[in-house]
Design a protein around this ligand. Structure first.
Ligand code: ADP
Ligand code: ADP
Length: 230
């Protein structure tokens, strides 16, 4: 079995007072190898909870998540081969740009010389060739997001999980980087789950869009077909 497979998944949180919130309500979802799927929906619809459960960071109340046929919770975190990218809290401020990108490679014990080559290639991929020795504090918001993307891609993750990766940026930059992200994901053949509340972003970046409403998937289709939906 290949790809990502989510079956009958339920994620619940215990409320501060009485009762429980059902954030993800019996979701079924398949993502093929190399496919980019956007999870689109309003705030509070359960997108992050679903992503976190896929990452193995949120234990499901029911159902299962399998990647390449294996239950994600049965594989130790560092061996899952997943890359994560979130909206904020991204870069290590005391490290250089290269040091940030190299982080996952150091963890994976990639030899120093190869690390250097891969860091350079990744910086080129995200349009930051020559920025390796810059301090992170000197970067613009867009440059910092590119470094975060390069860092997430560095260990060549089989599955990249992105949670509103661009939403801290202004509209123009977001549009620009969404297009670049699309190209990078295609050229690296990365399977990705991309959480966003922004239609344009979802439609630009994804092969298929899953619309989430109140913890359930209301519709899953290609951008073209969703666009023409009544
Ligand atoms: P989205 O990513 O679409 O904004 P979330 O998955 O963050 O949605 O939230 C779905 C629901 O679960 C919301 O009602 C939210 O308040 C609730 N929720 C999310 N995280 C927690 C948590 N750690 N504890 C309690 N409730 C949570
Ligand atoms: P740290 O922030 O941990 O000190 P370094 O800046 O020493 O990290 O770099 C970490 C990794 O990035 C090393 O493996 C090194 O080979 C590589 N590297 C360092 N500087 C550059 C650069 N200017 N361009 C490309 N790769 C670099």
């Amino acid at each position: 079995m290949t790809g990502l497979s989510v079956r009958d998944l339920v994620v619940r949180y215990e409320g501060p007072g009485r009762g429980w919130t059902t954030a993800v309500d019996r979701v079924d979802l398949d993502v093929a190898d190399g496919e980019v799927l956007a999870l689109l929906g309003p705030s509070g619809s359960g997108k992050s909870s679903l992503l976190r459960a896929v990452a193995g960071l949120e234990p499901p109340a029911a159902g299962s998540v399998t990647w390449s046929g294996r239950d994600v919770t049965s594989v130790p975190v560092h061996r899952r081969g997943f890359g994560l990218m979130f909206q904020d809290g991204q870069l290590f401020p005391h490290r250089s740009v290269a040091g940030n990108v190299a982080y996952g490679l150091v963890m994976a014990e990639v030899p120093r010389a190869e690390r250097g080559r891969r860091v350079e290639l990744l910086l080129e991929t995200v349009g930051l060739a020559g920025y390796g020795s810059r301090a992170v504090s000197t970067l613009s918001g867009g440059q910092a997001q590119r470094v975060a993307l390069a860092r997430a891609l560095a260990p060549a993750p089989q599955l990249l999980l992105l949670d509103e990766p661009l939403s801290a940026l202004d509209r123009g930059l977001r549009e620009h980087l969404t297009g670049e992200l699309h190209d990078v994901l295609r050229s690296t053949g990365t399977t990705a789950l991309y959480v966003t509340h922004d239609h344009d972003e979802a439609f630009t970046v994804a092969d298929r869009v899953a619309v989430m409403v109140d913890g359930r998937l209301a519709q899953v289709d290609s951008p073209g077909r969703l666009w023409h939906a009544p």
